[in-house]
Ligand binder design. Structure first.
Ligand code: HEM
Length: 117
């Protein structure tokens, strides 16, 4: 986080969420009336996880990501689509390539861990 600041990570998550509403697998899972809130939750989480301000935990408590994803049907196809949209967002990002590679690996691991059916 100290190297890049929060802005490019928030921009990345915004680019990801711009792709959500029109996606046939993921679109229906996300709250239509609170996409801005969902975007903020993921951005806060990513920023905190990378060593930035602990805003996610202040607002939401312990992440408990598997529990929080339990209501959603995260199968292999949903996981792969989530990563595909994230890779498109990474493709638009100004972050340096090493940061992109690190994020791709970290997010891919978490996404696999969240598969629940
Ligand atoms: C594997 C595919 C994934 C699917 C289908 C998925 C789906 C969802 C959905 C539908 C929500 C609810 C939106 C909201 O109102 O906040 C959500 C929330 C969230 N997701 Fe995912 N997600 C996936 C992967 C990930 C990954 C890889 C991460 C982290 C690196 C992540 C982190 C979060 C966080 C932090 C929240 C907000 C939790 C809260 O505080 O309530 N998700 N996800």
């Amino acid at each position: 986080m100290p190297t890049h600041g929060e802005a490019p990570f928030r921009a990345l998550v915004a680019a990801f969420y711009r792709r959500i509403p029109s996606d046939p697998i993921l679109g229906p899972m996300y709250p239509e009336d609170d996409l801005a809130g969902a975007e903020q939750r993921l951005a806060d989480f990513v920023v905190q996880r990378l060593g930035g301000a602990p805003v996610y935990s202040q607002k939401r408590g312990h992440p408990r990501l598997r529990m929080r994803h339990a209501p959603f049907p995260v199968d292999r196809a949903a996981r792969d689509r989530w990563m595909l949209l994230m890779r498109h967002a990474l493709g638009e990002s100004d972050l340096p390539d090493d940061a992109k590679r690190g994020l791709d690996a970290f997010l891919g691991d978490v996404a696999t861990f969240l598969i629940n059916r």
